[in-house]
Design a protein around this ligand. Structure first.
Ligand SMILES: [Zn+2]
Length: 142
């Protein structure tokens, strides 16, 4: 680890030792990231078939309708699966979280000991600053 990274680590609040890379923001997902900076989790809902979908797309993956709209998710869900990688402060826990709206996000579990997390754990969204312009939605035990 270089000098710069060490000083960055010292400046960060406890519990958030890991740098979060800037998300890759595509035009069709821009509202998702702008809302994330406001602490709101958006998902896309199709007006034609009524299904939610994620990752955000202009065209509904269920029925191919272009009649999709952003709606605010409750920000709560359950852990579908998870895996911890790395050790110590470099460790991160990747997880699939199924939102109460029914869509599944590839995300991270944060601010918890993964040893105490199980499949089906109730979680809620927590927005974490990234190295880029936008905060990234992650999840913590509810
Ligand atoms: Zn649809």
């Amino acid at each position: 680890m270089n000098q710069q990274a060490d000083s960055d680590k010292a400046a960060r609040a406890p519990g958030t030792p890991r740098r979060i890379p800037a998300p890759r923001v595509l035009p069709e997902s821009l509202p998702f990231w702008e809302a994330a900076n406001e602490g709101r989790l958006l998902v896309k809902k199709c007006a034609a078939c009524g299904e939610f979908h994620h990752y955000p797309r202009d065209i509904c993956p269920h029925c191919l309708s272009a009649d999709t709209a952003w709606v605010q998710a409750a920000g709560t869900g359950t852990v579908y699966s998870f895996s911890t990688m790395g050790k110590g402060e470099a460790a991160c826990t990747l997880a699939f979280v199924t939102l109460d709206e029914g869509v599944t996000l590839l995300t991270n579990l944060v601010d918890c000991d993964p040893a105490n997390v199980g499949i089906g754990q109730r979680v809620r969204v927590s927005f974490k600053p990234s190295d880029g312009e936008y905060a990234v939605p992650m999840f913590t035990p509810a």
